[in-house]
Design a protein. Structure first.
Length: 143
């Protein structure tokens, strides 16, 4: 746990709803927030934004002001055991958090993406692609 960083947190966006599994969606969000706090410098901000894309997909962004992800590392951040340069510097990365979050997201029909910030920071986006994807998974498990 990180203490004493004095991070400001803002929650913005539209009041939107997505059908998903509460427990596992919280797991994914907790991982994204844990990484954002871990890599954010002291006295900066985290932002959580919920909205709808132009095509009607609900999304949730976790935006930090940390050092960001190197462009050459982006394709590998969800790989099992991958630790980027910033994770090695922090000496606190296992390479499992984003892998597990992506694995769960895929099973729930949630797309998980990382977008580097314009000059620094990272935007981690959860896109609830198909409002019926979770319902199909739930029905399949019950049959």
């Amino acid at each position: 746990m990180v203490y004493g960083k004095n991070l400001a947190v803002s929650i913005e966006g539209t009041d939107v709803k997505a059908i998903t599994d509460r427990k596992w969606c919280r797991f994914i969000l907790r991982q994204l927030l844990t990484n954002a706090v871990k890599y954010n410098p002291a006295n900066t901000a985290l932002m959580i934004v919920a909205d709808v894309t132009e095509t009607g997909q609900v999304f949730l962004d976790v935006i930090d002001e940390g050092p960001g992800i190197q462009p050459h590392e982006l394709p590998r951040i969800f790989d099992k055991g991958f630790t980027g340069e910033n994770g090695r510097i922090q000496n606190a990365a296992t390479g499992l958090g984003l892998y597990l979050a992506k694995t769960v997201a895929d099973k729930l029909g949630i797309t998980l993406k990382a977008q580097p910030g314009q000059t620094k920071g990272t935007v981690m986006r959860m896109i609830f692609v198909d409002p019926n994807a979770f319902e199909a998974v739930r029905r399949g498990a019950g049959e």
